[in-house]
Design a protein around this ligand. Sequence first.
Ligand SMILES: [Zn+2]
Length: 316
Amino acid sequence: MWPMSAARIQANAVGAVNAFKVDVEDYFHVAALSSAIARDTWGAQEYRVERNTERLLHLLADRNIHGTFFVLGWVAERSAGLVRRIAAEGHEVACHGFSHQLIYRQTRQAFREETARAKALLEDAIAQPVLGYRAASFSIVRSSLWALDELIDLGFRYDSSIFAIRHDRYGIPDASPHPGVITAPSGRSLTEFPMAPASFLGLRLPVCGGGYFRIFPYGLTRAGLRRINELGRPFAFYLHPWEIDPDQPRVRVNALSRFRHYTNLDRCESRLRRLLGEFTFRPMREVLRSAGLMGEDPSPAAGRASADRLAHDARL
Ligand SMILES: [Zn+2]
């Protein structure tokens, strides 16, 4: 069934360097639960993101793995110490916006203001520039590509918000699934590390983390991720701190949202340990840098060359 030998697959899986990323938010920020938890009650919810993020930090430290933590501004405002600890342990701190609103439901001005606020909070906490951005629920879609121009204006060097998949809430199905340079509506460019489905057995499987990681059998995730590495590509794997917290308060929502949010929370941490032992991970900015997509001071011309080399479709 598999076209390559096990030994060859193993060699490729070990050789490829992938991006490990955490979206630092709490269970009550999640879009799937937003119908049941009003935004103005967030401050009154049980705050669990600090302890769950610390557990993830322990897990990564055990394996000596460093990743990228995209921290929600709302969390950074309350937990500057946590943001500093993430950076002090050698991880990259990046930005997950401020309010976890879907960008395509925001005005451009509201997006600009809250993203600037979130970036400033993070940079104040760690005293370093924040280079990466990740939208709530992958909400940079065709109708909100203007957000890329705002990210460029705010000084971000890369984005990781586009999911090359069809889904009810997000996705640009025909976007390139590979890291590359994307052209914003203004014609300027920004490095993009999209979420990619694995193509195998004639299917496109979203095996890159989150609910997909919890819902699919572990062996399927592993096979899909190995398939991406075997083709010489890195993948970005993402997880949320609440996904290793089976004791979080249960919220009454519809069956689909319940399925997406609560399935296999109790299995996620042990699966993550396996994954961390079976693939090689680095912070996203390092993976992009080694792909030639983010030098110390990249010129637009260098970015163009990388785009050509990686065959990224910039005509979104
Ligand atoms: Zn999020």
